[in-house]
Design a protein around this ligand. Structure first.
Ligand SMILES: [Cu+2]
Length: 153
C-alpha cells in the first residue's frame, strides 16, 4: 500500500523532471534565434520653420510612429534635424523628411552615412553612452537652446 504510493510519487517525479528538461531545452532553442542585424545609419535633414521647444516636440511626435528611428537631434539654430535609424527596418530616409514636412516644417533630406561601429546604439548598449538629454537656456521663455536630442523609446 505504502510502496504503491511511493512508486506513484516516483513516476510522477520522473515525469515532471522529463517535462522540465524538455521545457528548458525548448526555451534555450527559442532564445538562440538571433534578431536581424541592425544597419545603423545617420541621416541629416534641412528643416525650416523651427523656433522653439514646441516645434521640437511636434517633430518628435511626427517621427515616433516611424519604425526603425533610434534617435533624433534637432538643431534649431542650424535648422537641421539629424537622425539615427536602422536601415534594416526603414529603407527610405525620405520617409523621415516626409513625416517632418507633414508635421508643418518643410524638410529636405541632405545626406546619410553608415554609423561607425563605435558610435552605434548597439555599442551604447555595451556602455558607450551618448548624450540624450535635451539642453535648454536660449532665454526668452523658450525651453530649448537651439539643440535637442532624445532617444526614441
Ligand atoms: Cu516652436
Amino acid at each position: 500500500m505504502i510502496q504503491t504510493r511511493i512508486r506513484h510519487w516516483l513516476i510522477l517525479g520522473t515525469a515532471l523532471l522529463l517535462l522540465g528538461i524538455v521545457v528548458v531545452a525548448w526555451a534555450n532553442q527559442a532564445g538562440s534565434e538571433k534578431p536581424a542585424a541592425h544597419q545603423w545609419m545617420s541621416a541629416d535633414f534641412t528643416v525650416s520653420g523651427m523656433s522653439c521647444g514646441g516645434c521640437v516636440y511636434t517633430i518628435e511626435q511626427s517621427l515616433k510612429p516611424i519604425k526603425g528611428i533610434q534617435s533624433i537631434d534637432v538643431d534649431i539654430r542650424g535648422q537641421k534635424v539629424s537622425t539615427v535609424y536602422d536601415a534594416s527596418q526603414l529603407s527610405d530616409p525620405q520617409l523621415i523628411a516626409k513625416a517632418i514636412t507633414d508635421s508643418g516644417y518643410p524638410a529636405t533630406f541632405t545626406s546619410q552615412d553608415p554609423l561607425k561601429a563605435a558610435s552605434t546604439p548597439d555599442a551604447d548598449a555595451k556602455g558607450n553612452n551618448r548624450s540624450i538629454a535635451g539642453s535648454c537656456g536660449s532665454g526668452g521663455g523658450c525651453s530649448c537652446s537651439g539643440g535637442y536630442n532624445y532617444k526614441v523609446q
